[in-house]
Design a binder for this molecule. Sequence first.
Ligand SMILES: *Cc1c(COP(=O)(O)O)cnc(C)c1O
Length: 367
Amino acid sequence: MGVPLFDTKTPLAPLREEIVRRIGEVVEDGRYILGPNVEAFEDEFAAYCGAEHAVGVANGTDALTIAMRAMGVGPGDEVVVPSFTFYASAEAIPPTGARPVFCDVDPDTFCATADTVRAALTPRTKAVIAVHLFGNVAPVKEIEALGVPVLEDAAQAAGSTCEGGRPGALGAAATFSFFPSKNLGCFGDGGAIATNDEQIAQRARMLRFHGSRDKVTYEQIGCNSRLDELQAAILRVQLPHLDGWADGRRAAGAHYERVGLGELVALPRPAAGARPAWHLYVIRSERVVDVEAALREAGHGYKAYYRTPIHRQPAMAAWGAGVSLPATDELARTHLAIPMSPVLSPEQATEVTGAIGRALAAGSPVP
Ligand SMILES: *Cc1c(COP(=O)(O)O)cnc(C)c1O
């Protein structure tokens, strides 16, 4: 049987009854916006990240825009962001009034480095968005050593760890998405901002509620962007299981290594000191077209997420035209996500690897 690209259903099955019970409690209670579950989840999630504060918002894209505004990013500023990431990482910048400046990434880790960020810095750089792509962990401290504040885009890295702790407590602030397919996913849209900075947390709280602290005086043009009480209740049931699921994702990566996938294609490399909770397991191959065809024929899941990097997207023409990012272009061309989940078995890893191996043995290698 084909191996799916991801499996969000199996890990949640044992929690189903508890989740339904908690949803029932919210309905019974009748408070749906900024109630006790959001407050409790914010405390629990901050503690999980090792951060002082967490602020629940409507999704991971709003989380980025609100966090940047809370960090003081505004018109006339520049924000450095990798081009090889989900579109929202860069899309969140123009609404602050700042302009995105694209940087390259390390092709082995998929993350920006101090060197790739340095090449994009100017006197107007106000912040750097370090994306922990696919669950790998960007070198936040090394980037901060360049003298710019770092906003972690940790949408794909819930459950990952590194020597400095966890994503969420490494930079000035961090953002998360609880989109259903993310490592920690709710049953709709959801997001959060984590930070150790009290002022950033306060500003984010104000911005998510129309720029008001007390619902009487409106100090800023904010927005309406809250994590729902129902989603918070669902996330509270799941959070204690996140580390176990992260272990499952790492074990799945280890299965692929054990059955020799690394002899066929380039495997993702954990960043120095990182223990990635692989959100997606992304391989690279010059013969990615053959790999795709083989997986399709065998009925296995696969997806090329970022074939067109952000700096080449039409909406980004004003900021992306003429930018040269060789590693990004190479990754965009050669990457492919193959099945990954907390419950991917050694047998499934063997099947997927077998299909890839047969495809690559059949054709002649690219010169
Ligand atoms: C999913 C994702 C986002 C956006 O999150 P939403 O909740 O979908 O708005 C931002 N950045 C990255 C890297 C993501 O993967």
